[in-house]
Structures are given as C-alpha cells and as structure tokens.
Design a protein around this ligand. Structure first.
Ligand code: NAD
Ligand code: TYD
Length: 352
C-alpha cells in the first residue's frame, strides 16, 4: 500500500498538536509530517505521547522560507496540507503587526506556491490544501445574529486582518490556478496545551497562583467557545469529506460573556484546589480595554452539520472541568512553556 504524506504545519502549537495526535493515532496509513518553527507558542512537549510513532516525522522549519518549503514538498512527496502555523494572539498582533503579516500572509503564500508548483508536476487529483482560519475575519457582531459562510469579511485587529488576507490568498490560488483548497473558520478554542497568554489558561494559572485576573474593559465581550478536540474532529471530517473551493464555519453554539465565563472558571478552579468556591473573585481586576476589541463573535456552523454531520460532542460544563483539571495537574508543562520569554511578555502586558 502506498501511504499518503500529510503535511501539518504548526503541529507543535495548541490546536495543531491535537490535530497531529488525532491523525497519527487514527490513520496509520498516513505519514504525518509536522512542520513547525517552534516559536514561543510551539512546544514539542505537547506531543510526547506520539513522538515515537512510526507514522510521525517532525521537521523544524519556517513557513516563510519558500525554498525550504519547496524542498520539503519534494523530499516528502506531500499529498495534502493542513495549515495551522500562524501567529495567533491578538494582543501580540497589536504590538507587532509586521510579524503577523510575515507569518500569516507571506508564510501562507509561500506554502501555497510550494504546493502549486509541486502539484503542477504530479497532478492535483486527490490533493488538498486545507487552511485553518478564524471567525475573527468576520469582524464583530452586535447582540444578535451569527456569522455564516456568506458573511462579508470585516477584520479589526492586525491578527484578524492577517488571517483574512491569508484566506483571500487561499481562495485566489483555488480560483486562479485550480489549487484544490478548503478553508474553515472556527470560533475560540479551549482545552489542554493552550499557551497561557490566552484567556482561559492564563486565568486558571493566575487563580492558582493568587495573581490578579486582568479583565479587559467591563468583561462584557462575548466569545463562542469550542473544546479543542471537537475542532480537531471537525478538521478530520472536513479534510476527508469537504468539497474543494468551499468554506466551512466551525463553532460550539456556546456563547459566554467574558465575566460570566471567568466566574465559572473561578468556581471550578477554587473547588478543585480545595478553596471555598468564589473565593478567588477578589482577584478580578478590571483593566484598560484592548484596542479595537471586538464585542461579540458567534458562529453558525449549520452548514457543517447539514453537509458533513459534524456537531460538538462535549458539553461546556464537562469541557471546562476537564480543562481546569488538566492545567492544575500539569504544572511541569506550564513551567516548561513559561520558562522562555514569557515572564518578560507578562510583565510588559500586565505591569502597567
Ligand atoms: P498557537 O499559537 O498555539 O500555535 C501556532 C504554531 O505555529 C506554533 O507551534 C508555532 O511554533 C507555529 N509557527 C508560528 N510561526 C511559524 C512559522 N513561521 N513557521 C512554522 N511554524 C510557525 O496557535 P493555535 O491557537 O493552535 O492556532 C492554530 C491555527 O488555528 C492558527 O492558524 C489560528 O489562526 C487558527 N485558529 C485558532 C483559534 C484559537 O482559538 N486558538 C480559533 C480559530 C482558528
Ligand atoms: P483571547 O483568549 O485572547 O482570544 P481572542 O482575543 O482571540 O478572542 O481572549 C478572549 C477574550 O478575553 C477576549 O474578549 C479578550 C479577553 N481577555 C481579557 O479580558 N483579559 C486577558 O488577559 C485576555 C488574554 C483576554
């Protein structure tokens, strides 16, 4: 049997590591090539359990390095791409927009061009470039309504602008060169292995350590939270059964106002730490709002349910309990990912 070679970019990051794990375990008939630059957000400790699997290879490389991408497509005879590598944190994008344009736009373009030139030689039959994107490209909602696949793009942060731009390049390669490509736009993910700069792991860690919980503005912004393993399941379904040229929205139908979500996290974390539930509410500190802070994201994932029968499998109560427990049980992982530039980032972000 000839094995398929699947390139997963950003596989050492939060979502990517769950996708790599799922594909390595579920598809012994694939060779999974995980390409990652190992920025501050990439950590091989996220993949310890599968790193010795016979169908897994790790390659350290920068997606912006076009000659290197060309050589990887040749060396591994890549049949399919699941592209997750990106700079992903809105607050960092406000401080360093050039980095986001470089990685998310130029990096995606470099991969697209490498796929195009490799597959022009081999034929595009059975090939797929699957680009993982975000609901943030659609901008911000008022109190009503949902983003659908037809919603116009209206990004506000340098992060979402860079992701929107990368989505446009993917569509352009499909429409102009016939590159078989799919895009999915997902809502906020939570779960194990998320870098503790994002709301949920940052706050769990701070509750444990008795540090202030910096709530931006009045805490009234709304996000739609999806358990990361449900996102990985959706990626599996779309990669195998999605239609090239199509876009799929992925979401949890699980909207939370930040302050309400924070109070749930406090209750669960306090309980698991043996404190009285709600004790850590005293750590809540309202701070200056994020510039350009989108009010509300909410995804209509009806198309994915109708066409590919995907639905979230985990209730939020169970997901958040698993997540808090995981971070409390994995202090060693937290210490290893926060040992680099994290302290400096944290001081800069939250000392003012
Ligand atoms: P992450 O920041 O945890 O991981 C990103 C990974 O990309 C890291 O392993 C990093 O080392 C790697 N990387 C960064 N620059 C690179 C480069 N130049 N070359 C190679 N590798 C590089 O991100 P995440 O939260 O896992 O998000 C993964 C993807 O999913 C991103 O494209 C993001 O836009 C998208 N997404 C994320 C969410 C979310 O809630 N986290 C929601 C929807 C979509
Ligand atoms: P985040 O996890 O950064 O995801 P995104 O900005 O991509 O939605 O933030 C989730 C929400 O939490 C968002 O409305 C910003 C808010 N937030 C805070 O209030 N304080 C914080 O320290 C962080 C990191 C986020």
């Amino acid at each position: 049997m000839i094995k398929k070679n699947i390139l997963i970019t950003g596989g050492a990051g939060f979502i990517g590591s769950h996708v790599v794990r799922l594909f390595v375990n579920r598809y012994p008939e694939y060779n999974i090539i995980n390409l990652d630059k190992l920025t501050y957000a990439g950590n091989l400790a996220n993949l310890r359990d599968i790193e010795n699997s016979p169908n897994y290879t790790f390659v350290k490389a920068d997606i912006c390095d076009f000659p290197e991408m060309q050589s990887i497509f040749g060396k591994y005879s890549i049949d399919g791409v699941i592209h997750l590598a990106a700079e992903s944190h809105v607050d960092r994008s406000i401080r360093d927009p050039f980095l986001f344009a470089r990685t998310n736009v130029i990096g995606t373009l470099s991969l697209l061009q490498a796929a195009k030139s490799a597959w022009e030689k081999t034929g595009v039959c059975d090939r797929l470039f699957y680009h993982i994107s975000t609901d943030e490209v659609y901008g911000s909602l008022g109190s009503e309504g949902f983003f659908t696949e037809e919603t116009s793009y209206d990004p506000h942060s340098p992060y979402s602008a860079s992701k929107a731009s990368s989505d446009h390049f993917v569509r352009a390669f499909h429409d102009t060169y016939g590159l078989p490509a799919i895009i999915s736009n997902c809502s906020n993910n939570y779960g194990p292995y998320q870098f503790p700069e994002k709301l949920i792991p940052l706050f769990i860690n701070n509750i444990r350590n008795g540090r202030p919980l910096p709530v931006y503005g009045k805490g009234e912004n709304v996000r739609d939270w999806l358990y990361v393993i449900d996102h990985a399941r959706a990626i599996d379904v779309i990669f195998h059964r999605g239609t090239p040229g199509e876009t799929y929205n992925i979401g949890g139908f699980n909207e939370w106002k930040n302050i309400d979500l924070i109070k749930v996290m406090i209750r669960v974390t306090d309980r698991l730490l043996g404190r009285s539930e709600g004790e850590s509410e005293k750590l809540i500190t309202y701070v200056t709002d994020r510039a350009g802070h989108d009010l509300r994201y909410a995804i209509d994932s009806g198309k994915l349910k109708r066409e590919l029968a995907w639905e979230p499998s985990l209730q939020f109560e169970e997901g958040i309990e698993n997540t808090v427990r995981w971070y409390l049980d994995n202090q060693e992982w937290l210490d290893s990912v926060t040992s680099g530039e994290y302290q400096e980032y944290y001081e800069k972000m939250y000392s003012a």
